[in-house]
Design a protein around this ligand. Structure first.
Ligand code: UTP
Length: 287
């Protein structure tokens, strides 16, 4: 099993980040000097993905522009001998024909956004990456997943343990057999109350899914929060196909949340050779 296509749902409104996200897509917010969506695309490419499918919405044109040439800027950088900057710009652009866009006309939920990509995905396994979940790891998270999925087959979600009081923020696993790395998924519940949550193992924004999920998404049943939930459609696959949660190696930052965004900025800043010393000194000065 090889995952060649990845879906990037970027149709959300990003209300937690207003007013910044009024005219700027949430996925274009930068961590240090790179927009969130570029981290996600690079992660997918590192896992062998060759086709990048964006499910956009109104006001998301900046994402399309970001993955296209800007000849004026490139000419200017070239004339000024800014070769490094120019190379970085060009490296971020997928090859012609590798990117596709479709539009979610109404933000009816993550499940609906993924369903909008059904014709572009077709009848093959595919990945879904939520750009606001940024993962710092030695091996890119989706690569960890695609390696595991190549062996075990079926559906896979990236999972991590969360404090019980936070279960209402996530899709939560009901776990069958578990070797500490891969957990068999016996059930999935979207945003359960801490008292009702079957575990504290939560799904984060990385998925490898079989195309049969589109059949269930197409029923457009509303779930938690009145939205069409990806979790509910995934839950229908359990039993019919292998389904596992992978405890990935790495740290996940919820960059759709202000505190998570700030933590990611610090962590990724400290990881940079050109910033580590200055940022480290500043942090120790103010603490
Ligand atoms: P979020 O739950 O973070 O929602 O969506 P949001 O609208 O982006 O942000 P807030 O909560 O209002 O601040 C998780 C992911 O699902 C996508 C978002 O773009 C994000 O990547 N999404 C969500 C869609 O593409 N369409 C939707 O209808 C809802």
């Amino acid at each position: 099993m090889r995952v060649r296509k990845a879906v990037f749902p970027v149709g959300g409104l990003g209300t937690r980040f207003l007013p910044a996200t009024k005219a700027l897509p949430k996925e274009m917010l930068p961590i240090v000097d790179k927009p969130l969506i570029q981290y996600a695309v690079e992660e997918a490419a590192a896992a062998g993905v060759e086709e990048f499918i964006f499910v956009t919405g109104r006001g998301k044109a900046a994402i399309e522009d970001h993955f296209d040439h800007s000849y004026e800027l490139e000419d200017l950088l070239s004339a000024r001998d800014k070769t490094e900057e120019l190379a970085a710009l060009r490296a971020a652009i997928p090859a012609a024909g590798q990117v596709a866009y479709t539009r979610q006309q109404e933000p009816l939920g993550l499940g609906h956004a993924v369903w909008c990509a059904r014709n572009l995905v077709g009848n093959e396994p595919f990945a879904v990456l939520l750009a606001d979940d940024l993962i710092q790891s030695k091996t890119p998270c989706l690569k960890q997943m695609s390696d595991a999925a190549a062996e075990i087959g079926g559906n896979m979600v990236a999972v991590m343990d969360v404090p019980r009081e936070h279960t209402a923020r996530y899709g939560i696993l009901d776990v069958g057999s578990d070797d500490g790395h891969l957990a068999e998924v016996r059930g999935l519940v979207e945003k359960p109350d801490p008292v009702e949550a079957p575990s504290t193992l939560s799904v984060i924004g990385r998925y490898i899914l079989m195309p049969e999920v589109f059949e269930y998404l197409g029923r457009k049943e509303k779930g938690a929060g009145g939205e069409i939930q990806l979790t509910d459609a995934m839950a229908q696959l359990i039993g019919a196909q292998p389904f596992h949660g992978l405890r990935f190696e790495g740290t996940r930052f919820d960059c759709g949340d202000k505190l998570g965004f700030l933590k990611a900025t610090v962590a990724f800043g400290l990881d940079r050779d050109d910033l580590r010393e200055g940022l480290g000194k500043y942090l120790s000065d103010i603490s």
